[in-house]
Structure formats: structure tokens, C-alpha cells
Design a protein around this ligand. Structure first.
Ligand SMILES: Nc1ncnc2c1ncn2[C@@H]1O[C@H](COP(=O)(O)OP(=O)(O)OP(=O)(O)O)[C@@H](O)[C@H]1O
Ligand SMILES: [Mg+2]
Length: 457
């Protein structure tokens, strides 16, 4: 039996008992036929009260009890509950309103959960590490990147004091400054993990409640390792360029000064002038290479694609290198299937091939052989420029495509090199979606290989 029905029956029994008492108390007080009248009147009143009582129970007591149950469930966070809507009874509109309220709460709850999920996935998948602490220093939230960077399991951070789980002094300082000045603080730190050093930028920001009391701090850790590396490269580049420019300028200035001050004989003057000429030529080459590099590095750099006949390109390059090869008695050999075409920037590609041939000639002793061989490789063209010269030691191989890197600085400077040739070549080949590689053995020789797609995607 439901509590409602139990309540109804107990009330019914109480009213019935009262009427039985009334009948027993009042009926003997009257006499004769009036007794019947009183009895019928009391019975009539009894049924009228029962009917009234039932109406009140059905229309108010029972629905209100159901409603209070429903409201209790809503208060407890169960927004799925609904009441039966009966518009024939007086509380019907109230039931409708409660159901509307329940639906509204359910929608709000669904939206709130969705927003929480969205916010959570934004924080979780941010490229930067995030940590949230309260004003006592307890960690409340860390994201995936933070866990990746600092290494402990996620559970170790949450609800721990930040200084118990993070021993980096810069983090402690940042948090203390945020709490002290109550404004965003930016610091830098390094972090060594798995033998890799990361450069991190730490930004701490305080957060407040509505009445502007400090409630804690959010710390964001940006990985600026790549940026630092590029900055270092830029600094090195500037230092290298300055050095490379200073060397020829110093010697031009020195020789010019001597010529101005001293009365030199003709032979010496010619010697000095030829040095000045050679050095200014080197300066010109260097500046040309630097301009080339900066052009290649511009994002708007465009290759001038055209159908390139490999045979034509190789013949022309070899023709140009002949003079230098002849000076050193070096034989230039062309091998393989030169009768191929591809889509490429003719002048840029020739610049690369010439550079490789010049290198091969420069770094090979007299009477050596430089071979240019072409292979058709299914959608690609492979060009090998090989020599039997001095070769490159294993430690230098990964570095020779770097700007200004020269295996033997003095020697390659003597050959007039700037150390930019291969890095320009790599840029050009990569702009063509191709690859450039090297195999080399000291005193045996080197093979530079270019692989280029015949068509551009
Ligand atoms: N065929 C080769 N054999 C041996 N060493 C080579 C060869 N090609 C390049 N190298 C080494 O790689 C270095 C870088 O070559 P790269 O062409 O970039 O510069 P470079 O020849 O010195 O100057 P340039 O910018 O005028 O070409 C050279 O200094 C040389 O030490
Ligand atoms: Mg070179």
C-alpha cells in the first residue's frame, strides 16, 4: 500500500469513528421518529464529508505529495523525473509548470556539461602545459602537455602542494611573484628530460573571485625550444656573415693602405692588386650567395617551372665547368640515361648541379675523375655527382649542408668557397620537393645524390 493511500484510509477511519461516536452520542438524546431523521442527517453529513474529503485528497493531497517527491529528486540533481500532468484537477497547471522547470533544468545541465567538456578538451589538448593552483598552493588541475613535460603521473600532482611535486626554482619564484604582486608574471626556465633540454617560458597569472579576493594562480608553460634554436641560428648566422665579410675587407684595406703609403715597384703593385681583385671577387660571391639564400628563404619564393631536358642541362653545366677541370687535369664524365625530361626551374637546377660539379673539382686532387650520372627511377630522376677526391669525414657529413660549414676552413677558403653552396643547393632541391644526400669516405671520394620528382604535385 502506498503512503498516500495509507494516509487516506487512516483519515477515513478517523472520520468514520467520529461519526459513529456522534451517532452514539446524539441519537439517544432525541426520541421517536426524530431519531431516524437525526440518524439519516448524520449519515448524509458523513457521506458528504467523505466525498469532500476524497476530493481534497485527490485534487490536492495526492498531487502535492507527488510534486514534493519530484522536487526533491530535482534538488538531488535527477533532472529526468517528471510528474503526470492531469489538467482535470486543480493542481494540473502546477504539475505542468514543474515539468517545464524540470525540462529547463535538464537542458541547462546538459549545456553546462557540454561546456565543461569543451573547456576541458581545450585545456587538455593545448600545446602548452597548464597548471592551476589555489591560494594555499594546492594543485587543482594539470593538462596532458604539463604531465608530458614534468614527468610524474597526473594523480601525483592533483591535490598536492606545488613545491612538493615541482622542484624547479623558477616555478616557485614565478608563483611567489604572482601571489605577491597579484599580476601576471613572465619568466624563463630550462628543463632537462630524457637528455633533451627544453626552454620554457612560464607565464603565471592570478585569478580572483567576484569580490576581487585572490583565489589562486594559473601557470602556462610554452615550449620555446625551437624558437631559441632559431634565435641561436640567427645569432650564429650574423656572427658568421660578419666574420666572412671582415676577412676579405681586412685584406683589401690592408693591401690598399700599403699601396697608398709606399712607393711600390710594378711587380709588387700587380701582386697586391691581384690580391685585392681576388678578395673583392670573393666578397661579391659571398654577397651574391647571401642574397640568393635570403631570396630562397622568403615564403613568397616561387620556382619558375618549365620542362627541363636533362641532357641539355648537364651538357651546359659540364661545358661551364670544363675550364676549372682542365686547370686541375680532372676528367669530367657523363653517364647514364640523359635523355629524360622533368618539370623544374632550369636555372636553379643548373645552379645546384654546377655547385656539385665545382665542389667535386675543388675537393679532388689533380688528375681525378668527376662523374655525373643520371638514372630514371619511376617518377623520379636521380643525379649522382661523384668524385674520387679527398672525401668528407663521418663527423662532418651531417653538417655540410649547414650555412658556412666547411670541413677544412682554411683550405676551402683558399678555393674561394663561402660555405653557402650546399645549403643553397639543399634549399633549391627541397623547394622542388626533392632530396639531396651525400655518401663519402675520406681519401676515397664523395657521391652527392639528388632525387627529383618528374612532375610536381
Ligand atoms: N665533393 C666534395 N668532396 C669533399 N668535400 C666536399 C665536397 N663537397 C663539399 N665538401 C665540403 O663541404 C663544405 C661545404 O660545401 P659548400 O659547397 O657548401 O661550401 P664551399 O664549397 O666551401 O663554398 P661555396 O659556397 O663557394 O660552394 C666544403 O667546404 C667542403 O669542406
Ligand atoms: Mg661549394
Amino acid at each position: 500500500m502506498t503512503p498516500n493511500r495509507r494516509l487516506f484510509l487512516s483519515q477515513l477511519m478517523a472520520v468514520s469513528g467520529l461519526f459513529v461516536l456522534l451517532v452514539y452520542a446524539i441519537v439517544p438524546l432525541v426520541s421517536g421518529s426524530e431519531q431516524y431523521i437525526v440518524f439519516f442527517l448524520l449519515t448524509g453529513a458523513y457521506f458528504a464529508i467523505i466525498l469532500l474529503f476524497y476530493q481534497v485528497y485527490k485534487n490536492y493531497v495526492r498531487p502535492v505529495r507527488y510534486l514534493s517527491h519530484t522536487i526533491e529528486s530535482l534538488v538531488n540533481g535527477n533532472y529526468n523525473v517528471r510528474v503526470y500532468e492531469d489538467y482535470h484537477i486543480d493542481t494540473g497547471r502546477l504539475q505542468g509548470a514543474i515539468n517545464k522547470l524540470a525540462r529547463h533544468l535538464q537542458d541547462l545541465n546538459r549545456q553546462e556539461k557540454m561546456h565543461a567538456r569543451q573547456l576541458n578538451s581545450v585545456i587538455e589538448n593545448m600545446a602548452s602545459g597548464v597548471m592551476l593552483i589555489d591560494q594555499q598552493g594546492y594543485v587543482h588541475l594539470v593538462n596532458k602537455r604539463f604531465v608530458d613535460l614534468f614527468g610524474l603521473e597526473r594523480e601525483r600532482y592533483t591535490e598536492a602542494l606545488y613545491y612538493d611535486v615541482l622542484d624547479q626554482e623558477q616555478i616557485h619564484e614565478t608563483i611567489q611573484e604572482v601571489f605577491l604582486y597579484e599580476q601576471p608574471i613572465k619568466n624563463e626556465m630550462t628543463l632537462t628530460k630524457d637528455l633533451t633540454t627544453y626552454h620554457l617560458e612560464v607565464i603565471g597569472a592570478p585569478y580572483f573571485n567576484r569580490s576581487h579576493d585572490l583565489r589562486g594562480a594559473v601557470l602556462v608553460f610554452h615550449d620555446v625550444t625551437e624558437f631559441k634554436r632559431l634565435e641561436q641560428m640567427r645569432k650564429d648566422f650574423v656572427a658568421n656573415v660578419s666574420h666572412e665579410l671582415r676577412t676579405p675587407i681586412t685584406s683589401i684595406k690592408g693591401f690598399a693602405e700599403t699601396m697608398l703609403e709606399d712607393d711600390l715597384d710594378k711587380d709588387l703593385r700587380v701582386r697586391f692588386l691581384s690580391i685585392i681583385y681576388k678578395e673583392s671577387h670573393r666578397l661579391q660571391l659571398l654577397i651574391q650567395d647571401l642574397l640568393d639564400l635570403s631570396k630562397l628563404e622568403k615564403s613568397a619564393f616561387q620556382l619558375n617551372y618549365q620542362t627541363v631536358n636533362m641532357d641539355h642541362l648537364i651538357q651546359e653545366s659540364v661545358e661551364m665547368a670544363k675550364v676549372q677541370a682542365k686547370e686541375k687535369d680532372i676528367r669530367l664524365v657523363i653517364e647514364g640515361d640523359t635523355n629524360l625530361t622533368l618539370l623544374a626551374d632550369y636555372d636553379r637546377l643548373k645552379q645546384v648541379i654546377l655547385n656539385l660539379i665545382y665542389n667535386a673539382i675543388n675537393y679532388t686532387p689533380s688528375e681525378g675523375i668527376v662523374t655525373i650520372s643520371i638514372t630514371d627511377a619511376l617518377g623520379y630522376i636521380k643525379v649522382d655527382v661523384s668524385d674520387n677526391g679527398m672525401g668528407i669525414d663521418a663527423a662532418s657529413i651531417p653538417r655540410i649542408f649547414e650555412r658556412f660549414y666547411r670541413v677544412d676552413k682554411a683550405r676551402s677558403r683558399n678555393t674561394g668557397g663561402t660555405g653557402l653552396g650546399l645549403s643553397i643547393a639543399k634549399h633549391i632541391i627541397e623547394a622542388h620537393q626533392g632530396r639531396i644526400d651525400v655518401h663519402s669516405e675520406v681519401d676515397k671520394g664523395s657521391i652527392f645524390t639528388i632525387v627529383l620528382p618528374k612532375e610536381q604535385a
